[in-house]
Write a protein that binds this ligand. Structure first.
Ligand SMILES: [Mg+2]
Length: 364
């Protein structure tokens, strides 16, 4: 099988409201789509939905540079192709985020074509390990007029739309105010509600510890990226020794070596390398192997169109993390997996590849 064509396009959807975390605000869902055709008539389709607003540059790099490596090649040789694409990310004067995202989407597209050529879903191709995974929503964003009552209502609404839990945004207010937000969600969701928190690197080490001590009785699944990035591996390592709450990080790393440093420093319990930031699924799968060999779990922050497969392909996977459709209108639109929600669990679809279906009108 040979790839005949590769085409990428940036795409942006205005969100109905702003979504504010500890140190950032999303106003749009910004993403890059990629599609490919092969000489066997197989069509690949995928997207990444968190491109830093660099989508047009990422798409241009795929169309003008990465496509030259992929066209004429067999996508089943995806790991060889990943190595061959790597030099495109070596320009030390370029914006590395653009090259890594372009490599990532090219890699994810090859995996889609490879699975489809084998007439398999990605879950089956990777060797299905689980038949279901709990769904949690990345939610609880901040708002200028958002009260604790609103947060409790949001929690109940997430249960109504088929979520078993929430990854709550923290780090944007004082530790005591954030503690009250966590307590509110715990009480609204109930004792069985899966509750994790994500500070997005908002705290100094002492603030992170203050928060962890306050929340230790609230049965948190994990605390994600609790400390500033300035010295994060050392601080995560100190933090983890001083709390019983599992620590999740990895999404700010861009290499497998970075993940290895986190693991060697005993800084994490759960690794959530981001496949878009790190150059694709090929390094993500290696990070998952590394985590498993060291007795750790893996998560895939955001990008539910990928984690709907990845979390079922890893026995040490955590939950499928999705968003409310108002924060991410793409997953419900392009992925039938969104509809496979039963009692807060996601099930495998019978679609080949990533199970992402193109809607031509959206791309034109
Ligand atoms: Mg995160």
């Amino acid at each position: 099988m040979k790839i005949l064509s590769v085409e990428a396009k940036a795409f942006k959807v205005k969100l109905p409201t702003n979504f504010t975390g500890s140190n950032y605000t999303y106003t749009h869902k910004k993403c890059v789509f990629a599609q490919a055709k092969t000489d066997q008539g197989i069509e690949g389709f995928c997207y990444l939905g968190d491109d830093f607003g660099l989508g047009r540059k990422i798409a241009k790099m795929i169309n003008e540079d990465f496509s030259k490596i992929l066209i004429g090649r067999d996508p089943a040789h995806v790991e060889i192709l990943w190595d061959e694409m790597r030099p495109m990310a070596r320009n030390i004067l370029g914006d590395r985020r653009i090259a890594l995202h372009a490599q990532a989407l090219s890699d994810i597209l090859c995996w889609d074509l490879y699975a489809k050529s084998e007439n398999k879903s990605m879950i089956t191709l990777l060797g299905k390990k689980r038949t279901s995974a709990s769904i949690i929503a990345i939610a609880g964003y901040y708002g200028p007029h958002k009260s604790l009552i609103d947060l409790a209502k949001e929690t109940k609404n997430l249960i109504e739309i088929g979520c078993k839990g929430m990854k709550l945004k923290v780090g944007g207010l004082s530790v005591s105010e954030d503690f009250r937000r966590v307590k509110t969600v715990r009480e609204a969701g109930g004792k069985d509600f899966l509750l994790a928190v994500d500070a997005n690197q908002a705290w100094a080490l002492d603030e992170a510890l203050e928060f962890a001590r306050a929340c230790e009785h609230l049965d948190l699944l994990w605390i994600e990226e609790p400390v500033h990035w300035d010295n994060d591996i050392a601080d995560l390592s100190k933090f983890r020794k001083m709390t019983d709450i599992p620590v999740c990080a990895g999404q700010s790393e861009v290499t497998l070596a970075g993940v290895a440093r986190l693991i060697d420093s005993e800084a994490i319990d759960i690794c959530n390398l981001h496949p878009g930031y790190a150059g694709g699924i090929t390094p993500w799968l290696r990070s998952a192997d590394l985590a498993r060999e060291n007795g750790l779990r893996v998560a895939n922050t955001g990008e539910p169109q990928l984690s709907a497969s990845l979390m079922l392909a890893c026995e040490h996977g955590m939950s499928l993390e999705m968003y409310h459709p108002s924060r991410d209108p793409l997953f419900p639109k392009f992925c039938p997996a969104y509809r496979e929600r039963i009692n807060g669990e996601i099930k495998p679809t019978n679609l080949n590849g990533w199970g992402i279906l193109p809607e031509q009108n959206e791309l034109n």
